[in-house]
Design a protein around this ligand. Structure first.
Ligand code: RIB
Ligand code: CA
Length: 309
């Protein structure tokens, strides 16, 4: 039985891979989009393009075009002007089902049991949903996010992009009372990097989705190497999907996590209590390690299922 998920995203190169994997490893009930890597219109267009590419017949609902309190921030340096630079863009016929992602999230969770919330962009839509409908927190099977870090940040020395872009939303979500909350932060996603070999492996598969992913990675890896000294570019967002489908490849630790929403140098930091004797209640299962080889096997096995048309 595949886990039922709502995927909230801001495509984005790594979001694209998460969609490709979720489409085969989970039952995607719907996709919601949020301003993040690119403005909302582009992340929504990209989500529509990707669902058409992988043949995923699900609704795409556009959500928040800006954070709760802060101005919109994007990551053009990592994902390009379109948010999905690299591949030639195919024509897309689909359009968003609605501009009310929050309503879709609430109504879907209220009408279907054991739905997983998977959030791989800024948490604005999720925060709005739990504010408008607190009852959904106890109805979901759990929430799995890519966000934060149990180590250094990326946008700042302490903050990871998804949490940094909307720290007020992230604080609401971490404090909402989810009983099952899994967090894939940069400390673990940086253990799950792709490189030239991955691109070559995808091209060897030869099907249209694998080739599209290879074209995405050509851009994503090159832009990352120009900005950092990394040889491998982290495949962040698929970790949030794998934590649901293959939890055995991760090492989890029960932690209290809270979000700094003010700090001059630390706004957007996920403050993780690792003291062991802290008086703060556990609210999250933080991922500290991933079996990269096994994760890459699962990734390539999934991409292999997209047989040539
Ligand atoms: O910091 C990495 C996260 O920010 C990923 O979700 C990436 O897609 C961007 O949204
Ligand atoms: Ca993302």
């Amino acid at each position: 039985m595949k886990p039922k998920i709502i995927l909230d995203c801001d495509p984005g190169h790594d979001d694209a891979i998460a969609i490709m994997m979720a489409a085969r490893m989970t039952e995607v009930l719907g996709i919601t989009t949020v301003s993040g890597n690119a403005p909302l219109d582009l992340t929504t267009d990209n989500a529509l393009l990707l669902t058409e590419l992988v043949g995923l017949e699900v609704e795409v609902h556009a959500g928040a075009e800006k954070p709760l309190l802060l101005p919109p921030r994007h990551a053009e340096e990592a994902h390009g002007k379109t948010g999905l630079d690299g591949p030639r863009r195919p024509d897309v016929v689909r359009s968003a089902t609605s501009l009310d992602a929050v309503h879709f999230i609430i109504e879907t969770i209220r009408s279907i049991e054991n739905v997983w919330l998977v959030s791989i962009g800024p948490l604005t839509n999720i925060a709005l949903a739990v504010q408008q409908a607190p009852d959904i927190v106890k109805r979901v099977a759990g929430i799995s996010i890519m966000g934060g870090s149990a180590g250094p940040g990326n946008v700042t020395p302490t903050a990871e992009f998804n949490v940094w872009a909307d720290p007020h939303a992230a604080a609401i979500v971490f404090n909402a009372g989810f009983e099952k909350f899994m967090m894939a932060g940069l400390n673990v996603t940086h253990q799950f990097g792709i490189d030239e070999q991955t691109i070559s492996d995808l091209r060897d598969l030869g099907n249209p989705v694998a080739v599209f992913a290879a074209d995405l990675f050509e851009f994503y890896l090159s832009s990352y190497q120009k900005r950092t000294h990394g040889q491998r570019v982290p495949l962040h967002d698929p970790c949030a999907v794998l934590a649901i489908t293959h939890p055995e490849i991760f090492q989890f630790e029960f932690r209290n996590v809270c979000v700094e929403t003010e700090g001059t140098h630390t706004r957007g930091m996920t403050v993780i209590d690792e003291r062991g004797w802290g008086d703060r209640p556990v609210n999250c299962e933080v991922e500290y390690a991933i079996d990269r080889d096994r994760g890459m096997e699962i990734f390539l096995e999934t991409m292999r299922t997209y047989t040539a048309k």
